[in-house]
Design a binder for this molecule. Structure first.
Ligand code: ATP
Length: 230
C-alpha cells in the first residue's frame, strides 16, 4: 500500500537515507529497527511527506506521491505519531479529542475514541499531561485513529515508559491493528515490536540491511550486528 523505492533523503547537504526500499501492505504490521542515528525517524518523516527525498519514489495505494506536500499524505490516510506523542498536555482529554475529530461531532469523536480505549472515556475532564505515560500514548493513538488513517507510523511509542506501561501500549497498538489499519513501529524494545510485527526492516547507517518476516529474525544476531550489544 505504501511503497518507498530507492529513496535517498537527508537534511541540507547531509544525506541520511541511501537508496532505501521500504514497503507496508494493507493491514500489515511492520517493525522498523536499527541503532541510534540509523535514520529511522528520518524514514518515518520521508514516508509521511514531511521530508522530501532527493531521489527515489513514494507510492501510496497505487499512486505516485513523491514530492507532494505533507497534507496530501495525511489527507490520504498516512498518519505519523511523532516521538513525544503530539498531544496537548495542558488541555483535557475531551479537548484533545475535540481538535482531531475530522468533521465528526464531538460526541461521535468521544464515542469512537472510548470504544477503542475505554479508559479515555473515564478521563475526559482530566488534563492530558496529568495522565500516566501509557494513558497519554493511548490518547495519542486515539487521536490518530480519529483521522481515519489507513496507516499509522509510530515513533518510539514506549519511550520513557515503565515496563508495565509498555505492555499496555502494545495491547493498545494491537487494538488499533484489529481495526484494520496498517502499522509501522519504530521501537527500542525490539522483542515487543517483533512480537506484533508481520515484517521487520533493519536500517543501519541509512542503509536498509535487512527485510523479511518478523518471526524469522534472530534477535541475538541483530543485537550483535547492528545494535552494538553483545
Ligand atoms: P534514534 O533511534 O536515536 O532516534 P534514528 O534512527 O531515528 O535515531 P534519525 O533521528 O533519523 O535516526 O537521525 C539520523 C541522522 O540524521 C542522525 O545522524 C541525526 O543526527 C541526523 N539528523 C536528524 N535530524 C536532523 C536535522 N533536522 N538536521 C540535520 N541532521 C539531522
Amino acid at each position: 500500500m505504501l511503497n518507498l523505492t530507492g529513496v535517498t533523503a537527508g537534511y541540507g547537504s547531509t544525506t541520511v537515507l541511501r537508496d532505501v526500499d521500504f514497503a507496508v501492505g494493507e493491514g500489515e504490521v511492520v517493525a522498523l529497527l536499527g541503532p541510534n542515528g540509523a535514520g529511522k525517524t528520518t524514514l518515518l518523516r520521508t514516508a509521511t511527506g514531511l521530508l522530501r527525498p532527493s531521489a527515489g519514489r513514494i507510492e501510496f495505494a497505487g499512486d505516485e506521491i513523491t514530492g507532494r506536500p505533507a497534507q496530501y499524505f495525511s489527507r490520504g490516510g498516512i498518519c505519523l505519531l511523532p516521538e513525544g506523542r503530539g498531544i496537548f498536555p495542558s488541555l483535557t482529554v475531551r479537548e484533545n479529542l475535540m481538535i482531531q475529530g475530522r468533521g465528526r461531532a464531538l460526541d461521535a469523536s468521544i464515542a469512537t475514541a472510548s470504544e477503542l480505549y475505554p479508559v479515555l472515556g473515564r478521563r475526559l475532564r482530566q488534563t492530558a499531561g496529568s495522565m500516566s505515560g501509557g494513558e497519554q500514548q493511548m490518547l495519542a493513538l486515539a487521536r490518530a485513529y480519529l483521522t481515519d488513517p489507513k496507516i499509522v507510523l509510530v515513533d518510539e511509542a514506549s519511550l520513557g515508559l515503565a515496563p508495565l506501561a509498555v505492555d499496555t501500549i502494545y495491547e493498545a497498538l494491537g487494538r488499533l491493528v484489529r481495526t484494520g489499519v496498517s502499522l509501522v513501529v519504530v521501537e527500542q524494545y525490539v522483542q515487543k515490536a517483533l512480537a506484533i510485527a508481520d515484517t521487520a526492516f533493519i536500517l543501519n547507517q541509512g542503509v536498509m540491511v535487512h527485510s523479511g518476516p518478523a518471526k524469522e529474525i534472530n534477535i541475538e544476531q541483530i543485537y550483535e550486528r547492528y545494535l552494538g550489544i553483545n
